[in-house]
Design a protein around this ligand. Structure first.
Ligand SMILES: C[S@@+](CC[C@H](N)C(=O)[O-])C[C@H]1O[C@@H](n2cnc3c(N)ncnc32)[C@H](O)[C@@H]1O
Length: 366
């Protein structure tokens, strides 16, 4: 992605990133509108200009549009959405202000549903000022930075401490590969580059997140998921973070909808498309979904996964859909390896967490 994202039209990769951002706003808003908190907050700390040079909406306008889609339940539930857009660059900030004014003039109902706070501050100051607000409410936070700088512990680990915050970071992960040895990089984010380089370059974003997970406090509830975005030779990506299982399930659903093969990238990160063919020497290599199902299969047979609740947690921890687990469990029942009541193994958020439907899987044959 270019250094100045707004100097030319948004490219395909930027659009993919923005679509994931807006898909998550679309999933987040109804949940929190129904939750009952009178105030919910959305922060876009690197908001840009509002539109690209061709009038394609950027993150702030996409957020306003998603709020507009939820306008009826917002009014019915008497919720106020506090929206914070920040952009440091003076010229871009002016464009952002005009874009928001125009949007709210065209859609005055959105103006009545939200409290819009625009600021033109350096992120460091803005984040310190607004962090107490993030902490006090159910918050959705976008950090669409250029580069990697603002992934530094002093921001990232602060977000880790919040309990009702979902965040989406953008990170130019390939910078670590290229410049990770430089002192100014090391002062921002502690990444073991030697360790990262043991994996192929295309995994850099995945590897970065694995290391960030390792740097979290031992009792942290925060779950982190990658979505790698390749543009030409560079691999960047989104880091999704949340501590509530509902949020995790939503993001995983969005990621798999975007890529039904790996749920994790805008390219074939694990070469799954090659694995369809039989290798003359090694037989058929397993795809990402098949590897997950094989591991689930083994854990059910060895008694580590005994219920739909375990199977659902396993799927979420591995970044897979409940339906991937359900497909394998149905197959195991058909092959008389396990048995459970009813037709469905019930590996969904609704069954496990909303309806409290609990079933066990009985092993019939090892
Ligand atoms: C990747 S762009 C964000 C694009 C935006 N999400 C959109 O959809 O148009 C990063 C933005 O952060 C702004 N920026 C750069 N350094 C900043 C800082 N220290 N604090 C706040 N904003 C900054 C840049 O001017 C740029 O507009």
């Amino acid at each position: 992605m270019s250094k100045d994202l707004h100097a030319r039209p948004f490219d395909e990769t930027t659009i993919a990133k923005l679509e994931i951002f807006e898909d998550y706003a679309q999933a987040w808003l109804p949940t929190f509108v129904m939750w009952g908190d009178p105030v919910i907050c959305i922060f876009d700390f690197f908001a840009g200009t509002g539109y690209d040079v061709n009038g394609v909406p950027g993150s702030p306008i996409r957020i306003l549009k998603k709020i507009r889609e939820q306008i009826a339940p917002i009014f019915q539930n008497k919720i106020q959405v506090h929206v914070y857009f920040n952009e440091f660059d003076k010229k871009k900030f002016k464009q952002l202000s005009v874009a928001c004014d125009d949007f709210l003039r065209d859609h005055p109902e959105v103006g009545r549903a939200i409290k819009l706070n625009l600021s033109q501050e350096d992120f460091d100051l803005c984040f310190s000022r607004l962090f107490p607000v993030i902490q006090a409410h159910s918050s959705l936070v976008y950090l669409d930075q250029n580069g990697i700088k603002f992934l530094a512990d002093r921001y990232f680990l602060e977000l880790e401490k919040t309990r009702r915050t979902d965040f989406l970071y953008f990170v130019s992960s390939s910078y670590f590969w290229r410049f990770g040895e430089k002192e100014e990089f090391k002062t921002h984010v502690k990444i073991d580059l030697e360790e990262a380089k043991r994996n192929p370059y295309r995994f850099i974003h995945r590897t970065l997140i694995a290391q960030l997970r390792g740097n979290l406090p031992p009792n942290s509830n925060l779950k982190l998921y990658p979505f790698s975005l390749k543009k030409a030779a560079n691999v960047h990506g989104i880091i999704f973070g949340a501590s509530h299982i509902r949020a995790v399930e939503k993001f995983i659903g969005i990621a798999w909808k975007r890529n039904e093969v790996n749920g994790e990238a805008n390219f074939d990160i694990d070469d799954d498309n090659q694995k369809i063919q039989l290798d003359l020497f090694e037989g058929k290599k397993l795809t990402k979904i098949e590897i997950f199902q094989k591991r689930l299969h083994e854990q059910v047979l060895n008694g580590k996964i005994t219920s739909n609740s375990h199977a659902f947690d396993f799927a979420m921890n591995e970044g897979h859909l409940g339906s991937h687990a359900a497909e394998e469990l149905r197959r195991m029942k058909k092959d008389c390896l396990i048995d459970y009541d009813g037709l469905s193994p019930l590996v969904t958020y609704e069954n496990v967490h909303k309806l409290g439907k609990f079933i066990t899987y009985k092993v019939l044959k090892q």
